[in-house]
Design a protein around this ligand. Structure first.
Ligand code: OFO
Length: 173
């Protein structure tokens, strides 16, 4: 049976993953109505991935004899200054999620829940990848000069290809 401290921490992480999905969905919608179809496709795909992360935590908790309970969530931000603003907020959010996964890992070790610790390894690696991908996108946006000149068109096309790759090869569940 999973310990209540671990159960509570996982339930908080379930809420954060669900919130991540909604944050990226709202960003995708803004990109879609702002002439950025590639960025929209990328962020819609990212929103799906976050839902998959949420599901992984729900299944882990329920499989271990706990109970995954959904929480009320804050309304996500729905308007942005430009593409740079969008991805700066993605970066900040992913750093927050990385810290949250690390805290959860610490709780699992303190509570000697090595099964959860082992399960969290996938997320620890996933966060390295997510942060590095977003850092790469941010670098490219900065090269276009705040994302407001011609380079943006090519970057948006590149994001279309990145979204297609995400959909074609989703991270394993
Ligand atoms: Fe679930 O990794 Fe992003 O938030």
């Amino acid at each position: 049976m999973i310990k209540s401290r671990v159960e509570e921490a996982i339930n908080n992480q379930i809420a954060r993953e669900e919130h991540s999905s909604r944050i990226y969905m709202a960003m995708a919608s803004w990109c879609e109505v702002s002439g950025l179809p590639g960025a929209a496709a990328y962020l819609y795909a990212q929103a799906d991935e976050e839902r998959m992360h949420q599901m992984k935590f729900i299944r882990h908790l329920n499989d271990r004899g706990g109970h995954a309970v959904l929480q009320a969530l804050e309304q996500p931000v729905s308007s942005f200054k430009n593409l740079l603003d969008v991805f700066e907020q993605v970066m900040k959010h992913e750093e927050y999620i990385t810290a949250s996964i690390n805290d959860l890992y610490e709780v699992s070790l303190t509570e000697k829940d090595y099964t959860t610790g082992n399960f969290l390894q996938w997320f620890i690696n996933e966060q390295i990848e997510e942060e590095s991908t977003v850092r790469g996108i941010l670098d490219k946006i900065k090269l276009t000069g705040s994302g407001e000149n011609g380079g943006l068109f090519h970057l948006d096309k590149e994001l279309t290809a990145m979204a297609a790759a995400k959909v074609a090869a989703p991270a394993e569940v």
